[in-house]
Design a protein around this ligand. Structure first.
Ligand SMILES: [Zn+2]
Length: 375
């Protein structure tokens, strides 16, 4: 399911493929992805206009034209690809936008759980996104902490609630909580100020790495790289990971390194005599893995052989920025690391996703939006 980093990748695809170009033709191959707009109105509104700087909010992509705004959501299997008009049309290409300069932007989606909206002006955009919380990349520390402390429910549920924070999905929430060493079941309102601060820091770091990668990368040093393996183990301590259902989704965490928050750590420290501090990276070498607290997943105390590339960042998506001169196949636009992930939303998506609960969540998000459009 595309999360913030994937949609940010689609924003970059839109920018490099179509920004500044005139929309020559809109070809709707499946009206099932249009919401509140007919093919005719979509064509009339967009053809002849020029795509301007695209924006993203959470999992939503805003394709602005200086007039009406095309708003896209990728549901569970959607993606945006850039090609040429003469490229073969694929089965799940739902809407094609031929732009000047020989480029064609394609909204490709197998399951059609979300789709495209057309907003005539900014007030319509605002109404469509009315229930979205602040974007997870843009939210500041104070806003984040206030949103979290005001919510009931588990921290996992709160983090993935788009009305609290827009952009985090199942993978990101599990990854961030694992890095922050917080158990997903802790009530958000029970987090201490320290916990919330660390959670924010790890959210920022995780998002930065994932946005650079163009997806939540299944690296060996990330929880995401292990969660779908049979009998998965924690890349930090080697213990078996646990799996449960939360907020209707499959939740994965490490029972050893993810504690009940600062209060839980303090209690444990009293029992075992271990230091209870949030063992920082600076002091991390002197203490054991457990008392390392909020240290990074791969700061040297984890399983041998775990790389630290997620901290250093990965090479930037150079090709995406390459604009007109670059070859524009979707494969060239995505960093290699995320190709398998993207392919999973495209070619391989003929198989029904296994996590049927994800479908339910996508439907719920959809229903929320439909309700707004109908008003
Ligand atoms: Zn662990």
């Amino acid at each position: 399911m595309p999360e913030l980093p994937d949609v940010e990748g689609f924003r970059e695809v839109l920018e490099s493929c179509a920004k500044g170009r005139v929309i020559r033709r809109v070809d709707v191959r499946d009206t099932g992805v249009l919401h509140g707009v007919s093919t005719r109105r979509l064509r009339d509104a967009l053809e002849g206009r020029r795509f301007t700087e695209p924006e993203r909010h959470g999992k939503w992509l805003l394709a602005r034209t200086g007039g009406p705004t095309l708003v896209l959501h990728f549901g569970m299997t959607g993606r945006l690809v850039c090609g040429r008009p003469e490229d073969a049309v694929e089965a799940h290409d739902r809407v094609l936008f031929t732009v000047s300069g020989g480029h064609q932007l394609r909204y490709r989606d197998q399951r059609k759980l979300q789709g495209l909206w057309l907003c005539d002006d900014e007030s319509e955009v605002a109404r469509l996104l009315d229930r979205q919380g602040p974007d997870a990349m843009a939210v500041d520390r104070g806003e984040f902490e206030a949103a979290l402390s005001a919510r009931r429910g588990s921290v996992k549920t709160v983090l993935t609630d788009q009305s609290v924070l827009a952009g985090l999905g199942n993978l990101l929430a599990d990854e961030i909580l694992w890095r922050a060493r917080l158990r997903p079941t802790i009530r958000a309102s029970d987090l201490t100020e320290t916990d919330r601060r660390h959670l924010y820091t790890h959210m920022r770091r995780t998002l930065r790495s994932a946005v650079t990668a163009g997806c939540v990368p299944p690296r060996d040093s990330w929880l995401t790289g292990h969660r779908d393996t049979p009998d998965p183990t924690c890349p930090r301590c080697g213990d078996h990971l646990r799996r449960s259902r939360m907020a209707g989704r499959s939740t994965v965490w490490c029972p050893r390194c993810q504690s009940q928050g600062s209060l839980g750590r303090r209690r444990r420290a009293v029992r075992t005599g271990e230091p209870s501090g949030r063992g920082s990276r600076q002091g991390g070498g002197a203490v054991g893995t457990e008392s390392r607290g909020h240290g990074e997943p791969s700061d040297g105390g984890g399983r041998a052989g775990v790389a630290v590339e997620d901290l250093a960042g990965v090479p930037g998506p150079v090709l995406r920025r390459d604009g007109a001169g670059a070859r524009l196949g979707a494969d060239e636009l995505a960093p290699r690391e995320c190709q398998d992930v993207l392919a999973g939303g495209g070619a391989a998506a003929d198989e029904a996703p296994r996590d049927e609960d994800a479908v339910a969540v996508a439907y719920a998000e959809h229903a929320l939006v439909e309700e707004l459009v109908v008003q």
